[in-house]
Ligand binder design. Structure first.
Ligand code: NDP
Ligand code: MG
Length: 387
């Protein structure tokens, strides 16, 4: 039995909180050796004081003094984007959990792979943007990319290495807060309504993504890269209870599913202890109380994110990066009450239509397309909101 030494990037977020919970729950198996955040110095300091992680990193260097004042011991302190790459390559760590919202975790993830660390990936955006680059680098270096996203962790558990015998990957989606809302009412959806997820408590960006179904669209492309399965064989089914976290249909027609309560501690623990399973204090399912598990077909035409994702994933190259970046900008604009809810889809579609995709694409082309799409999305939003 061995303790895994883990660095957590995005420690102060929702996934970061769950990772610390897992470390508290299975201390014999998981040790936090590094913690990184963007600008929340008080929370990062509190987490560091609790875990006594030997290294911490705050990207926003204007908050470094605040961090130092709040620390009750003397860890190694990094800052800036460069600091994030340094903490991702700490000599003493074995695994880096990427839980930075958006694409800020891409460079540190590639640095971690290069220095031989296994990755546990929550940040689906980096796999959508640069899945081929990340998976190729990991294979070349002989390191693992373990999925933390609950659907992909479920698929990983069901697959058990038998990817060549798969017929379909079936991603479950809760459907979000507007699963049954008539499309005619979408334009009046408020930020507050979009931030009320029926089954999961998560950060703001992914909560909005769950409401638009962009989250599931991103996850389709994420699954394609993680498991090397063509986009045509990645499907989505709505499952409002969020108990079945995803399924794999094998070529003989048998379907395997993974079930648990909707708590990210389950997938985080499995990524850390894989290939072993160890006991914990998480609440098991009580089938007597579950009563029913429902499944239904997504409303593809009312929630265009799934069609857009399929288009981006099929085209490959730079288009998934454009799809992802335009969505990030549009979600920010929606949260800032600068655009209405349906304009998130419209913005992404317009930016995708305007993009001249390069395929296959190397990292430079992908980063260039990401920047282009952010500018283009901002321009689309600017011209719409001034009209
Ligand atoms: P949160 O918004 O709760 O947390 C984001 C974290 O990222 C914070 O620690 C934040 O630091 C940090 N951060 C933001 N920008 C940067 C940056 N440029 N460099 C370094 N750190 C940064 O997000 P979640 O925890 O909900 O989500 C994190 C990722 O995990 C997302 O990619 C999401 O899609 C994915 N995911 C989340 C799930 C969930 O249940 N929450 C489920 C499946 C996937 P600070 O606090 O200082 O701003
Ligand atoms: Mg998910």
């Amino acid at each position: 039995m061995k303790r895994k030494r883990v660095v957590v990037l995005g420690a102060t977020g929702s996934i970061g909180d769950s990772a610390l919970k897992v470390a508290r729950d299975i201390p014999d198996r998981m040790e936090i050796v590094g913690l990184a955040a963007h600008s929340n110095a008080p929370k990062l300091a509190a987490q560091a004081n609790e875990t006594r992680a030997p290294a911490v990193c705050l990207v926003d260097d204007t908050k470094i003094d605040e961090l130092h004042r709040a620390l009750e011991y003397s860890p190694q302190v990094f800052s800036g984007e460069a600091g994030l790459r340094e903490i991702a390559t700490l000599p003493d760590s074995e695994m880096v959990l990427i839980a930075v919202v958006g694409t800020g975790g891409l460079r540190p993830a590639l640095a971690a792979i290069k220095s031989g660390k296994d990755l546990a990936v929550a940040s689906k955006e980096i796999l959508v943007m640069a899945g081929e680059v990340v998976m190729h680098a990991a294979r070349a270096q002989g390191v693992r990319v373990l999925p933390v996203d609950s659907e992909h962790n479920a698929i990983f558990q069901c697959l058990d290495g038998r990817a060549s015998e798969v017929r379909r990957l079936i991603l479950t989606a809760s459907g979000g807060p507007f699963r049954a809302t008539p499309a005619a009412d979408f334009a009046s959806i408020t930020v507050e309504q979009a931030l009320k997820h029926p089954t999961w408590t998560m950060g703001r960006k992914i909560t909005v993504d769950s409401a638009t179904l962009f989250n599931k669209g991103l996850e389709m492309i994420e699954a394609h890269w993680l498991f090397g399965v063509e986009m045509e064989r990645v499907e989505v089914v709505i499952h409002p209870q969020s108990i079945v976290h995803s399924m794999v249909e094998f070529m003989d027609g048998s379907v395997l599913a993974q079930l648990s309560h909707s708590d990210m501690c389950f997938p985080i623990q499995y990524a850390v202890t894989w290939p072993e399973r160890v006991p914990n204090s998480l609440t098991p399912l009580d089938f007597g109380k579950l009563r029913q598990l429902e499944f239904e077909t997504p409303r593809y035409d009312d929630f265009p994110a799934l069609h857009l994702a399929r288009r981006a994933g099929n085209a490959g190259g730079t288009l998934p990066a454009v799809f992802n970046a335009a969505n990030e900008v549009a979600v920010e604009a929606f949260l800032g009450e600068r655009i209405r809810f349906p304009a998130i889809w419209e913005t992404v579609e317009t930016v995708m239509d305007r993009h001249r995709a390069i395929a296959p694409a190397d990292l430079d082309a992908i980063l260039g397309a990401d920047q282009w799409a952010r500018r283009e999305a901002a321009a689309v939003i600017g011209s719409d909101s001034s009209s």
